[in-house]
Design a protein around this ligand. Structure first.
Ligand code: IMP
Length: 447
């Protein structure tokens, strides 16, 4: 594969609760890189990419796969459901995406078994009102087995007999838990083993240690793009615990997931939506339960890519955004869906929170209970009458829209270097004069 850019790597992370539109941003940036690496999570993620009339919903495979000259890596910090991965690869092949020789899966990634899915659903059922609202894909139970050091890893997919024996033993333990603790039906182990073995045959050729290859790219000055899944506020430690996912969503975790040192990582682009959304349970201070929330959902087509669930919608939260920027070391923001705000009659942004005791907070509380009890303190900003849909030049933005961007970047403290004004690749603007604007402008070929 020929070198593309001679300079360093770049990281893309979600700066809110996932679903910020990372898929489109990573797809766009990918064209400037030799390799794209996904480093966390599993098929709980859903990255939507629209290319011409084709629509790709990716869950496990890095979004770079759509560019035929980009190599894609899946890190050891991921959890892999073999059937889901096989299905995704089949769908990509149907859409004419050539995968052979371009995809590499770490043999150290955690293997997600059919019983993990059943456990996820059973545990959520048991939690009742306290449920996390997981995607029901088995992500938490799979990571749990890994941390408990009884989990299986993708490397086992090369040995169908060992896979059958070891997975049956572990799934038998899961079945006992399902029946005894949750009163849920056991999973049919013959079917489950057959499902795993059938996917394993297709996936085994992709297994390869990824660290040496990523280090090679980086050492030979070929740029690597690291693609994070979910978002900072869903991070296992730094998110709104316990209403979080089970992996680290912070960019630093990419080094550990790939087996490379931190020097191989690069500056961080945080993707944020021009408003806020969340799926699943958990605190969301700026959620709008009234007409504005419904309007944002309708205008933004806010339904989960993975589960189809309606997303909870609300206003941009500067406190949360600043926290994400500081915690993840975000250097610049790519702001998505600005066009969804076109024509709104109200435009609000939260600048601080007020606690039940009347204390004003401008920092993000560490515990979910406090966060759930705060009241956002909003400022009203002027909405804009004209449309931003499809605009590619900053100078064409309605003044109030430009004012909105300047207000946000000033309050958050880092530049908004990219703005997405529609779902298509072309509907993207590189803006401002920051250092990151120049870096991203070069990658996107917009000097
Ligand atoms: P899990 O990752 O399926 O265990 O779900 C835990 C929480 O993270 C739930 O609130 C999910 O809705 C949320 N979540 C997981 N993955 C994503 C994602 O890719 N986008 C948005 N939310 C997600």
């Amino acid at each position: 594969m020929g070198a593309k850019r001679g300079s360093g790597s770049l990281m893309v992370v979600g700066g809110q609760w996932g679903d910020e539109g990372k898929g489109k941003i990573v797809d766009l940036l990918s064209a400037g890189f030799s390799a794209v690496v996904r480093y966390n999570g599993g098929h709980n993620a859903g990255h939507t990419v629209r290319v011409g009339e084709k629509h790709f919903a990716l869950h496990l495979v890095p979004s770079g796969i759509i560019h035929s000259d980009v190599s894609c890596f899946m890190g050891a910090g991921m959890v892999i459901d073999p059937t889901a991965l096989k299905t995704e690869l089949d769908l990509l092949a149907e859409k004419g995406v050539e995968i052979a020789g371009r995809l590499c899966l770490s043999p150290r990634a955690a293997l997600l078994l059919p019983t993990h899915r059943a456990l996820d659903l059973a545990r959520e059922g048991m939690r009742g009102e306290e449920k996390i609202g997981t995607t029901g894909r088995g992500i938490g139970p799979a990571y749990q087995d890994s941390a408990q050091r009884r989990g299986l890893r993708t490397g086992l997919l090369v040995d169908p007999d060992a896979l059958a024996i070891k997975s049956r033993t572990l799934m038998d333990q899961h079945n006992q838990e399902l029946e005894a603790v949750y009163g849920a039906p056991a999973v049919d182990l013959d079917e489950a083993v057959a499902e795993l073995q059938s996917a394993a045959v297709h996936l085994a050729p992709f297994l390869r240690e990824i660290g040496p290859e990523i280090r090679n790219y980086s050492d030979s000055q070929e740029a690597v793009l690291f693609e994070g899944a979910q978002g900072v506020l869903l991070d296992l430690i730094w998110g709104t615990y316990p209403f979080v996912t089970s992996s680290s969503c912070l960019p630093g975790s990419a080094a550990a997931s790939c087996g490379v040192g931190p020097r191989h990582l690069g500056p961080v682009v945080g993707v944020m939506k021009a408003y806020a959304t969340r799926v699943g349970s958990g605190p969301f201070p700026t959620e709008d339960h009234g007409n504005d929330g419904d309007l944002l959902r309708d205008l933004g087509a806010e339904y989960g890519t993975t589960t189809g669930r309606p997303r909870r919608c609300g206003w941009f939260d500067v406190v949360a955004a600043r926290y994400a920027v500081e915690t993840a070391g975000i250097d610049a923001i790519a702001l998505t869906k600005l066009d969804v705000l076109d024509g709104l009659s109200t435009l609000k942004v939260a600048l601080a929170y007020e606690t039940e005791d009347g204390e004003v907070l401008d920092t993000f509380p560490a515990d979910a209970e406090t966060l759930a009890s705060v009241r956002p303190i909003y400022v009203d900003l002027p909405p804009w009458a004209g449309g931003t849909r499809g605009l590619v030049q900053e100078s064409d933005l309605p003044p109030a829209a430009e004012g909105y961007l300047q207000f946000l970047e000033e309050k958050i403290g880092v530049p908004i270097a990219v703005v997405s004004t529609g779902p298509r690749r072309a509907e993207t603007m590189v803006r401002g004069t920051s250092e990151m604007t120049v870096v991203l402008g070069k990658i996107l070929n917009r000097p």
